[in-house]
Write a protein that binds this ligand. Structure first.
Ligand SMILES: Cc1cc2nc3c(=O)[nH]c(=O)nc-3n(C[C@H](O)[C@H](O)[C@H](O)COP(=O)(O)OP(=O)(O)OC[C@H]3O[C@@H](n4cnc5c(N)ncnc54)[C@H](O)[C@@H]3O)c2cc1C
Length: 468
């Protein structure tokens, strides 16, 4: 069966673009979810795909999905593989590695737009835009290991979202291929009133409805100056109130992160004489950045500290990628049986303080430490980002701890009126809690899935859309 699949794929794309090499299959079997990393650590890698295919354009993706529908072959799209919610997994499936869709257009300077293939990585995008003095402003911590198509498919959000927004705000147009091979395109426009937006349906669809092949994104000039400020509080509730004041002000911060006392320890542990938290970090760019930073300090009512802590954050902002990888491979500070995970949720300002306390109080019973920061702010609410860690006595305990965390965390979030994911997405990991999150809307989504993907070939299990 699998050799027939490989033969068929080779005749569709050519031999060079179909891989059955064991190391390649294993590298595309899982993602950065704690479950997959635990499996790799135990030498028991997730189930490998039958083949990894590397199309180089929407036409080839169309041919692939036409064939996959006809043969009912499960398809898992793969960008950078940095999903932390079990977005990449399968059985008897093919993985479509999109790294060949790597073309970035010249910047349309007049309209401030760029068009990029789904497989373009963060560093490729930064390099291409930087040549003409532009940037995207989408800076997820996983910037260096993720792709344009992955950002769109997971509704990702970068660390500078206070100013530049989540990925959905940056999308001006989108091309995608549906199961069966049809291509849909939402025309590039500043805004449209042309009926329901099919392109928007693909944002956050996590590979369940089709494959995003090209995206047109809004870009911004690289700012010349940046002004930083850091203040401390006695209570996290004061830091949360300061975030709300900033989000509802006209000060337009670029970066706002409020760390609770425990997360402040992690943030500043490599500094000499680190301050005790909670700490609020802020950055401003553009016109009057310094004046806006000064106004923000006054508005927050916190105790001003040296701004160098914010510089320290900028310099180390993506260090958690290596830290997570080291700990989950069993070679980090948490020892050979470490379990480490992150859980980001969202809530309105009305519920946020209680959401913070109830999640923290419940989670801390099951981990060695639980830390939290507010990392994305809006006029109506914010994201709470929890980090959980435990040094376990064996990998069985590590796996059980992870299961417990997700059960307790998601249940508590829903009870406290929160939304179960702010930016990592649902994948297979959070699917059990999506019915309660979405209520009756989930049935509508399932009907859309049945209409677009009647054979259920696209990333089965993700979002729990397969239930009939
Ligand atoms: C250490 C670390 C830090 C992180 N920090 C952030 C952060 O700051 N902000 C944030 O939002 N996320 C973050 N993430 C999560 C992850 O990086 C994002 O979800 C990212 O958007 C995934 O992009 P990717 O290219 O790696 O996608 P993948 O992991 O390859 O895929 C993600 C999902 O989308 C599907 N998919 C991928 N490409 C396509 C496509 N072209 N068409 C259709 N479906 C597709 C996949 O099948 C999968 O279900 C972090 C992850 C790690 C490991």
């Amino acid at each position: 069966m699998s050799s027939a699949i490989v033969e068929a794929l080779t005749s569709l794309l050519g031999a060079g673009r179909v891989s059955v090499e064991a190391a390649d299959l294993e590298a595309h079997a899982g993602d950065w979810s704690s479950r997959a990393l635990l499996a790799y650590r135990a030498g028991d890698a997730p189930t490998s795909p039958v083949a990894v295919v590397r199309p180089v354009g929407a036409g080839e993706v169309g041919r692939l999905l036409g064939w996959a529908e006809k043969t009912s072959t499960p398809v898992v799209p793969f960008g950078g593989g940095s999903s932390v919610v079990r977005g990449i997994e399968g059985r008897g499936h093919i993985v479509v590695d999109l790294s060949g869709l790597d073309h970035v257009s010249d910047v349309d300077v007049k309209s401030r737009l760029v068009s990029a293939g789904a497989g373009v990585t963060g560093p490729q995008m930064r390099a291409a835009l930087g040549k003409s003095g532009f940037m995207l402003g989408h800076e997820p911590q996983s910037h260096d290991i993720s792709t344009v198509g992955g950002w769109v498919s997971t509704r990702a959000c970068g660390q500078l979202s206070a100013r530049y927004g989540g990925i959905e705000k940056l999308i001006a147009g989108l091309e995608a291929v549906l199961p069966g091979g049809r291509t849909i395109e939402s025309k590039v426009a500043p805004r449209r009133s042309t009926g329901p937006d099919l392109g928007a349906l693909m944002i956050g669809s996590e590979g369940t409805l089709g494959i995003v092949t090209r995206v047109t994104l809004r870009v911004s000039p690289i700012p010349e100056d940046r002004a930083d400020a850091c203040v401390r509080f006695d209570q996290m509730s004061d830091a949360i109130a300061a975030c709300r004041a900033l989000a509802q002000s006209r000060l337009a911060p670029t970066l706002v992160r409020a760390y609770d006392a425990e997360d402040s320890v992690l943030l500043t542990m490599s500094l000499n004489d680190p301050p005790a938290g909670p700490l609020l970090l802020m950055s401003f760019d553009g016109d009057d950045a310094i004046a806006r930073a000064e106004s923000a300090v006054r508005l927050t009512n916190g105790e001003r500290l040296g701004d160098s802590i914010v510089g320290h954050w900028w310099n180390n902002r993506n260090a958690a990628v290596d830290e997570y990888s080291r700990n989950m491979s069993g070679t980090g500070l948490l020892g050979p049986h470490a379990m480490l995970d992150t859980m980001e949720v969202a809530g309105t300002w009305t519920v946020l303080r209680d959401l913070y306390h109830s999640m923290k109080d419940h989670l801390v019973e099951h981990a060695d430490f639980v830390t939290c920061h507010v990392s994305h702010i809006y006029p109506d609410g914010a994201c709470l980002y929890f980090t959980l860690a435990k040094s376990c006595s064996d990998d069985v305990e590590a796996a059980a701890s992870s299961e417990k965390w997700w059960d307790v965390g998601m249940t508590t979030c829903l009870e406290a009126g929160g939304t179960i994911s702010h930016h990592h997405g649902i994948g297979r990991l959070r699917a059990p809690w999506l019915p309660e999150e979405l209520g009756g809307s989930l049935e509508v989504l399932r009907a859309v899935k049945r209409a677009l993907d009647p054979r259920g070939i696209m990333n089965p299990g993700v979002l729990g859309l397969d239930a009939r």
